[in-house]
Design a protein around this ligand. Structure first.
Ligand code: PMP
Length: 391
């Protein structure tokens, strides 16, 4: 049968049924065009702070280029656990409760595969980061979205969460500050969700990748609330706050039992995260605070401008509490999110992401990332104004 063609479908059923990311489709189109102002990609426009780049060069120079421990470089784990204690109010043992991963993306995948059995249900909020439902589905579990509302500042309502719990519910997945809405949770919101998790014996996975990009007062992590340390896996990373997306370094901290199970998968599938990436992350966490804060202040200024301009243009927009996304309501235009984004791109060369990329309830919204320089944001708002006049 050598050389014969196969007509067999090789793709696993649960992968074949996964939709491709709505953002990717949209940006394939953007990439075919010139001179586009992009408010699309959720990636810092800053280069990684120089001290961190220098630490990367230094790691190369001294030959820090081998595998690290599977769990990650111990110095980095120690620094992360110290940082978590100071910044998030949570205590972890660096030897057993912390794992360095290839971005928060890998941490998310690991925790799903380590914890979920086929058919388990995971509650999460929509609109949300595009990977959540697919990560749950790739672990053969069932994603159960809970809608958040603009009228409630896109915060997650604990009663709503509780009403969706069934005997199969095992996990509650949270991301605040939120991508794409910029929403945050108050200490009372966190306490109410923690109470639900304790009452129903749920594991909470808290993706706090934008926590250091909070504009107002920061509140302690849900992991630090009474009774939560033993049922919370905290995810964080270096991509956003330190402008290190290409380094691919994230981490998970949580109960030793869960970290150990995540480590097994990581050990067999990834071995370890990049050694030079880990050296850079160590510099970031030890000495990158000032550069991080400067970037946050700059994002905060852009946030004020973009939100004011969107509201002036008649696109009501909630004031984000963190991250670098504005999520205005475009229903007054009578266009769907997809039509709005496509026509804006074609007529004015401004790229925004249709809200539906973040869940069906994102219909009527667009996401505008303000990880873009202020003059470009101003020009994009001017062009959106011109676009609105043509409707
Ligand atoms: N979680 C959220 C909420 C995100 O927005 C992103 C990136 N856009 C990630 C996780 C993944 O980040 P990384 O893998 O670069 O750490």
């Amino acid at each position: 049968m050598n050389g014969s063609k196969s007509s067999r479908n090789w793709v696993a059923g649960h992968i074949a049924s996964l939709p491709k990311s709505g953002i990717r489709d949209f940006f394939e189109l953007v990439n075919t065009m010139d001179d586009v102002i992009s408010l699309g990609i959720g990636e810092p426009d800053f280069a990684t702070p120089w001290g961190i780049r220098e630490a990367t060069i230094h790691a190369l120079n001294r030959g820090f280029t081998s595998y690290t421990s599977n769990l990650g470089h111990l110095e980095l784990r120690k620094a992360i656990c110290r940082f978590a204690a100071e910044d998030f109010g949570t205590k972890y043992c660096p030897e057993t409760q912390c794992i360095i991963t290839v971005g928060v993306s890998e941490a998310l995948d690991l925790v799903m595969r380590a914890v979920l059995n086929e058919g388990d249900e995971v509650l999460y909020h929509e609109p949300c980061y595009v990977s959540y439902a697919p990560s749950i589905a790739m672990a053969c579990a069932v994603p159960v979205p809970v809608v958040t509302q603009a009228s409630e500042d896109f915060a997650l309502n604990a009663e709503e969460v509780e009403s969706r719990i069934t005997p199969r519910t095992k996990m509650l997945l949270l991301n605040f500050p939120n991508n794409p809405t910029g929403a945050g949770l108050t200490p009372a919101d966190k306490q109410a969700l923690a109470d639900v998790a304790c009452r129903h014996d749920l594991l909470v996975v808290s993706d706090e990748i934008y926590e250091e990009l909070t504009y107002g007062e920061r509140s302690p992590s849900i992991a630090s609330l009474p009774g939560m340390a033993e049922r919370t896996v905290l995810l964080n990373g270096f991509s956003k706050a330190y402008a290190m997306t290409g380094y691919r370094i994230g981490y998970a901290c949580g109960p030793a039992m869960v970290i150990d199970a995540m480590m097994k998968i990581h050990q067999y599938s990834m071995l370890c995260a990049s050694s030079i990436g880990q050296a850079a992350a160590l510099e970031a966490i030890l000495n990158g605070g000032a550069a991080r804060d400067e970037m946050r202040i700059e994002y905060g200024q852009r946030r004020n401008v973009i939100v004011r301009r969107l509201n002036e243009l008649g696109l009501p927009c909630f004031m984000p509490k963190g991250a670098f996304y504005a999520f205005p309501d475009i229903t007054a235009t009578g266009l769907s999110s997809h039509e709005f984004a496509t026509r804006l791109l074609q007529s004015q060369k401004v790229a925004v992401v249709p809200g539906t990329a973040f869940g069906a309830c994102g219909e009527g919204y667009i996401r505008c990332a303000y990880a873009t320089a202020l003059p470009e944001i101003e020009e994009a708002m001017h062009r959106i104004g011109l676009f609105l006049k043509t409707l």
